[in-house]
Structures are given as C-alpha cells and as structure tokens.
Design a protein around this ligand. Structure first.
Ligand SMILES: *Cc1c(COP(=O)(O)O)cnc(C)c1O
Length: 375
C-alpha cells in the first residue's frame, strides 16, 4: 500500500503551466505575479492591504519591527505553537512572555494573557491553532482595553472565518504562511495584512534593503533593511492555490468530520475542539494520545503507524521547554496544558487529496495499535 504522509501539497497542472510561463517570460523575481497575488489576497481580506514576503517568519519579525517593538518590550504569546512564533520576538530583542493554552482548542488563554500584562507589554502574538479561530471579539476587546497591538499568527488559518468573515479581514496585523505544509503554498512564502500606510511603508523598506526610490530616479537608504521579497515564480504557484483554497478547505472539513465520526468509536484519544462549523481551516488534525492507558511511548506509536504506511507529525513541542527559552528562565510545570499537548499530540494525515478510505485506514490502524498495546 502506498505510504500516506501526514500532509502533501496539491499543485494542479494549470499551476505547473503558469509557473512555466513565468520561467519563460524573462521576469522571475518580484513583478506582476506578486502584484496580482497581493491584490487577490487583499480582496480575500476584505480589501485590507496585503504585502507578501518569503516566509511567515519574516512577516512576523518585520511586523514586530514595523510597529516599533524593541529591546525591553514584552510580547505575550502562547507556549504552544511552532517555535518561530516566539523566536521572532526574541530576534527583535524583546521578551517573549509565554502563557498557557486551552487543552482542546489549543488557543491562547485570554484570562492568562490579561494576568501576564505588565507596564512593558506592547503586543500580543496569538495563534489560530490548527485553524481554530481565536475569539476575536474577546481578544481585540482585551487589546483595546490595555492599549496593546495584536499580531495574529495566522499561519494555520487561511480560510478560517470568525462570524462569517475571513481571518485577515478584521483585527490589527495578521500574518499568513504559504509553506508547502500549510493550507495553500507559494513553496516558501508568507503575507502580512495591515492598515497603517506608514507601517506598511516601513515593512516594504525592511523587505527590500531599506531602499527608497524617488520619482526623479534617485534612491535613498536611511536604515539597513533586509531582503524578503517574494518571487513571481512563487506568486504564480500562490495564484493557482488561492483559486482552489475554498475547495481545499471544504475537503479538509469533510476529512475532519470523518475523523471525528470514526475516532469517537475508539474510546481513548482526546479529540481537538471542533470549532465553529464550516469556519475552521483544519490545517492539522491532532488528537492527544492517552499515554496513561498505553504501554508504548508516543515515539513507539509513531513508529508503529509508519510500519503500517502512515505518516504522523508532532505539532509541537512546548516552546518554553527548548533550551534557549529555559535560558530565559522558563521551566517545566509553568504551562501544564502546553506541556501536556507537547507530550501527547500526534498530527494525523490531513490534506485535500486524501480519500475517505485513507481516513478509515488511519483510524483502523489507531484502533489496532491501541488494542495491541493497552495497559
Ligand atoms: C509554519 C508556521 C510559521 C512559520 O511559517 P513559515 O512560512 O515557514 O516561516 C509560524 N507560525 C506557525 C504557527 C506556523 O505553523
């Protein structure tokens, strides 16, 4: 039987042709395709300005810089996310202040956020984990109350909706990822949604050498910007993906529903929160393993799934337990939910090209492994 990976991008023939056209056109780097992708993403985000970049990581970091986050500032962020979410805060010299997440939505605990606010707090960087929408009303009310900026890490959440509106169409600053594992891809790439023209200008300068070009043909560089502009080749991939995003996410929704239906029959794995019907991008589907009821470790479970031709991912180890963050003073026991998720989570195969039979095969394998290895 063919190996079933935990994720796999779906690039159609029309996109392959569009990429070939760009390659033949003589214009490969940032050009008309990037412009078109930014225009379409802006439309997707209710008309808000969008700037593409080479990754979400670059987007998150430059978003922090563009709002003036600097050494000594604190940014509140979940202890459960991909490590990039916290790394960018540290990279601009600010302190990542971790708080715990909900065990089932995996989203940041807003009461814990409020408790973590100090006079140095400048921003909140939450994650729509797995595509489960944050409570946008509560999040932004809290930010307004304390005069904080919000940078949403929406790497999982393109196509997630809050009360019928796309994530990106509301809020403060929103950052998407187009890594091949995400719900749509530009190979590597990301995008920042923001409203303030001065901040957007600063983002563009950070994205391209700090170079300002003047109408008279002269140029000026007032600070050493970096290099994070997307290519037209990548944008051509993105345009083909964005056109199919709704159908991709609809299929993910169906697959998630099938997982819920089938896994309920196995009394054991703790299933993720379902989220509002139809408004969840289902970037990943990650139950928690009942390790206390099994004789095997998570690593052994993953090996047994592999032996049955099924790929399983781990999203993610709790960030504060990585040695760099322990060095900042964080330690075991501070964020019990993040730590438990970090120990028990397994990401099951989830990508639009999967069949219903693939889901059934995954669930049957889990049932078998649990039965063979029950305590
Ligand atoms: C993938 C991911 C990122 C980083 O995205 P890149 O485009 O690979 O830089 C950031 N945050 C989260 C939550 C992610 O899953």
């Amino acid at each position: 039987m063919e190996f079933l990976p935990f994720t796999r991008p779906d690039v159609d023939e029309a996109t392959v042709q569009a990429v070939a056209q760009v390659l033949r056109s003589g214009w490969l780097a940032t050009g008309p395709k990037v412009q078109e992708l930014e225009r379409q993403l802006s439309e997707f985000c209710g008309g808000r300005p969008v700037r593409t970049l080479t990754s979400a990581t670059a987007g998150l970091e430059l978003a922090l810089l563009m709002i003036g986050i600097k050494p000594g500032d604190e940014v509140i962020t979940p202890a459960m996310s991909f490590v990039a979410t916290a790394n960018v805060i540290a990279r601009v010299g600010a302190r990542p202040v971790f708080v715990d997440v909900d065990l089932d939505t995996r989203n940041i605990d807003l009461a814990a956020v409020e408790a973590a606010i100090t006079p140095r707090t400048r921003a909140i960087m939450p994650v729509h984990f797995a595509g489960h929408p944050l409570d946008m009303d509560a999040l932004h009310a809290l930010a307004r109350k304390h005069g904080l900026r919000v940078i949403e890490d929406a790497a999982h959440a393109i196509g997630t909706r809050w009360k019928g509106r796309n994530i990106g169409a509301l809020g403060d600053i929103v950052v998407f990822s187009f890594h091949p594992n995400k719900n749509m891809t530009t190979i590597e790439g990301g995008a920042v949604v923001a409203d303030d023209p001065d901040e957007l200008r600063l983002l563009e300068l950070h994205r391209f050498h700090g170079l300002e070009r003047h109408p008279d043909g002269s140029a000026e560089c007032t600070f050493p910007g970096g290099k994070a502009n997307l290519t037209d080749v990548a944008a051509a991939v993105g345009l083909g993906q964005l056109a199919r995003l709704d159908s991709f996410n609809a299929r993910r929704q169906e697959l998630a529903q099938r997982y819920f239906d089938k896994l309920h029959a196995i009394p054991a794995p703790r299933l993720p929160a379902r989220g509002p019907t139809g408004d969840h991008s289902w970037h990943i589907f990650a139950p928690l393993l009942p390790l206390d009821q099994l004789r095997i470790s998570r690593g052994e479970f993953i090996k047994l799934m592999h032996a049955r031709g099924i790929g399983v991912g781990v999203h993610y180890p709790a960030i504060h337990l990585f040695s760099y963050y322990r060095g900042l003073g964080y330690r075991e026991g501070q964020f019990p939910n993040a730590e438990r998720i970090g120990r028990e989570t397994v990401s099951l195969p989830m990508f639009p090209m999967m069949s219903d039979a693939d889901v059934d095969r995954v669930c049957a394998a889990i049932a078998d492994i649990f039965k063979d290895n029950a305590r």
